[in-house]
Design a protein around this ligand. Structure first.
Ligand SMILES: [Zn+2]
Length: 195
């Protein structure tokens, strides 16, 4: 038989669990509240249900996967600082983060880097960035800093732009882009992605 103290404890525990569940649910918004933009806007946000999703909050953290070379830590830090300077989002290193920066090597591809994510209620619950060492090693730091800033744009929830009219945006998806950091349109999208 449970003592009154134990019943009270279990009741409090149950209320706590419900509170946590309700807060998590309440923090999500309906997909229709997310503006997805488009090529004509010069920015795209991943609003649809499921990955890759958008950040849905103004701060996020990252940690380093084991074996990550210093140069990739450096460019990630630079990319984060560039976004942080926008005042829209705060991206910071945390050893306990569930979001990881990785490197890999694949010469048999045009992919320089890519990002992945898991979502919960359309918002990113985990994200990863993968730098292709065989493509990035030996490139200029400036080029790699731009790649890192672009990939962190994905971590916020911005999608790739493919129309050549958007070559002058950070989120243009290929290396023929003509800018090195986020532009006004990229920032407009980022403001939507953190909502
Ligand atoms: Zn991209």
């Amino acid at each position: 038989m449970l003592k009154p103290n134990a019943i009270m404890y279990l009741t409090i525990l149950l209320i706590l669990c419900m509170t946590i569940f309700n807060n998590t649910t309440a923090s999500a918004h309906s997909p229709s509240a997310c503006k997805s933009g488009g090529e004509g806007s010069g920015w795209k946000v991943n609003c649809s249900n499921g990955p890759p999703g958008h950040l849905g909050q103004q701060s996020t953290t990252y940690a380093y996967a084991s074996g990550l070379a210093q140069q990739y830590k450096n460019i990630t830090s630079t990319g984060a600082t560039r976004w942080n300077n926008s005042g829209i989002v705060r991206i910071s290193y945390s050893a306990s983060s569930n979001n990881y920066i990785h490197q890999y090597s694949n010469t048999n591809t045009n992919t320089v880097a890519y990002a992945t994510a898991q979502t919960f209620n359309n918002h990113k619950s985990r994200w990863n960035i993968y730098y292709n060492h065989s493509k990035m090693n030996g490139r200029s730091a400036a080029a790699n800093n731009t790649t890192a800033t672009h990939e962190l744009g994905h971590s916020i929830g911005l999608g790739d732009l493919t129309n050549s009219s958007n070559r002058n945006k950070l989120m243009y998806g290929t290396e023929t882009r003509t800018v090195t950091t986020h532009q006004a349109a990229d920032r407009t999208g980022a403001r939507e992605a953190v909502k």
